[in-house]
Design a protein around this ligand. Structure first.
Ligand SMILES: Nc1ncnc2c1ncn2[C@@H]1O[C@H](COP(=O)(O)OP(=O)(O)OP(=O)(O)O)[C@@H](O)[C@H]1O
Ligand SMILES: [Mg+2]
Length: 479
């Protein structure tokens, strides 16, 4: 045992543990036949006050593969609405909270595992994570983080040498254990379980804890009911902003069940997700999402529904009117955040409100009706932009959109004219900024499904991880 392991010497805060054992079960980690470190997120080490050189691969394996020298390991209890139906048979069935550490930024971070063995919540599951599942979660979270989405990250991925059987991967398939670095693993479903159990006495301490740790500026609000009202209103805003971020980057999460919604408004749990290629609001990423509940275009609505469901437990301890008032702000927050991101993708930091509204409307109409590749549209705009577009609207965006049919030609023409109108409202200096704005908001690389399959092939065929590391480096610097 390496007594100098810097991860073990970190100061762990028993924040969630101190709530008491109504919220979790103490569990043990599985022993694995093998420990191969496949990914270490050195980018996160400074936030833990550590330098890359100070942490060896062996340190990663001891701490985040073998889980040495830490107890208690806490499998958190939760329920959730899955595809609209309430499910009580949930909880950390293949993970636990390893520990909580305050970052150099003052934020309390969770180290949460995925694939670390069975728990009382595993049902018939094996408590494991496939290697491909781990690789996919790393890629999604690193890509989203680089695109400016509020997301959990992966701290490490250790391959564990077991053979797993899965219906959605050619099996047997390889196993892994991942450690997630996130703001919290308290989910909407953590509260929903307490409503189901009719335990308002457990909801109050949980909500007080959430506010104290993750909304601590609200502690200044003296009146408790007012503080709760402001908490919910802020959560509504954070979730609306998150939904806007996913939509603007073309990301479909695919399993927006309430057990996958964080009480901090952070995005996490990347299973069957996909970045959308051809623009299509009905695009679904999970093969089992037959009704399209979690389709790309439905994400803002379903997040609103999830926030509405969260009112059930919160209503046991706070005013229903306050909750209604909080949720009533959702659509406004969503539209404001989405519009701002989309106009930035179109090259505009600022536009007169009506012009911006119309540009967004025309852009979505064009995208939807021409079924152009979402990312090609914006990279085409970025690559072709010229200040001469201010003088001649006909030059704007050639060849990116297929306008061979009449309807598409009409839409493109209307879009060009309006884009031109928007440009003409800018000063000469602001026009010079448009290209930079386009470059800063439209990635040169997008993590489409073929990109992921292309790096997976060398891993399974010849255990060649280089293409994975190369792709990772590219998506970490997408602009
Ligand atoms: N292989 C497995 N063994 C045991 N339980 C599992 C397994 N896979 C999923 N589960 C459980 O099924 C439920 C839904 O799984 P889901 O994939 O949303 O969560 P998860 O990915 O395991 O964890 P997280 O939400 O932290 O990413 C959870 O209760 C989870 O623990
Ligand atoms: Mg989950």
């Amino acid at each position: 045992m390496d007594t100098q392991n810097p991860f073990i010497s970190l100061t762990y805060e028993p924040a969630l543990e101190s709530l008491g054992d109504d919220y979790y079960d103490v569990v043990v980690a599985a022993d694995f036949p093998q420990y191969l470190l496949r990914f270490r997120n050195d980018d996160l080490l400074p936030r833990l006050g550590l330098s890359t050189d100070a942490v060896s691969d062996h340190n990663f394996i001891e701490t985040f593969g073998q889980f040495q020298q830490r107890s208690p390991l806490l499998a958190l209890r939760y329920h959730g609405y899955q595809f609209g139906d309430y499910n009580t048979a949930l909880g950390d069935g293949r993970g636990f909270l390893y520990g909580q550490v305050r970052g150099t930024d003052g934020v309390l971070y969770d180290f949460g595992t995925k694939g670390s063995g069975t728990t009382p919540y595993s049902r018939n599951g094996d408590g494991r994570l496939t290697l491909k599942g781990g690789v996919r979660e790393i890629l999604a979270s690193e890509a989203l983080h680089a695109l400016g989405v509020n997301t959990s990250r992966c701290l490490s991925l250790v391959e564990t040498g077991e053979q797993l059987w899965r219906g959605d991967e050619p099996s047997p398939t390889r196993s892994s254990v991942m450690v997630r670095f996130s703001q919290s693993h308290i989910r909407f479903g953590t509260f929903e379980r307490l409503h189901y159990l009719a335990r308002p006495d457990l909801i109050t301490p949980l909500l007080d804890h959430v506010i104290e740790v993750y909304y601590d500026h609200l502690l200044a609000v003296q009146d408790v009911q007012e503080r709760y009202a402001q908490f919910y209103a802020e959560l509504v805003q954070r979730v609306a902003q998150l939904a806007a971020q996913w939509m603007a980057v073309g990301f479909c999460h695919a399993v927006l069940n309430t057990d996958n919604m964080s009480i901090t408004g952070e995005s996490f749990d990347y299973g069957p997700y996909a970045f959308m290629d051809e623009f299509n609001p009905r695009f679904t990423a999970a093969y089992f999402d037959y009704g399209g509940r979690y389709s790309y275009g439905n994400q803002p609505r379903v997040c609103e529904w999830n926030l509405w469901m969260l009112q059930k437990p919160l209503k046991l301890i706070m005013s229903g009117e306050d909750l209604e008032a909080g949720l009533a702000t959702y659509r406004g927050h969503y539209y404001t955040a989405y519009k701002q991101r989309m106009l930035a993708k179109l090259g505009f930091e600022e536009l007169l409100p009506e012009l911006g509204d119309e540009l967004l409307r025309l852009t979505l109409e064009l995208l939807e009706n021409t079924r152009v590749s979402y990312h090609d549209f914006f990279s085409g705009l970025t690559g072709q932009f010229s200040v001469q577009w201010c003088d001649d609207s006909e030059q704007i965006l050639q060849a990116t959109v297929d306008n061979s049919d009449d309807d598409a030609a009409i839409l493109l023409q209307a879009w060009r004219q309006h884009y031109h109108t928007c440009l003409t409202t800018l000063s000469a200096a602001d026009v010079m900024q448009v290209e930079q704005c386009l470059r800063q908001n439209n990635p040169a690389i997008v993590l489409l499904r073929p990109e992921i399959e292309a790096i997976w092939e060398p891993i399974i065929v010849e255990d060649n991880w280089q293409p994975f590391y190369d792709l990772l480096a590219k998506i970490q610097q997408p602009f």
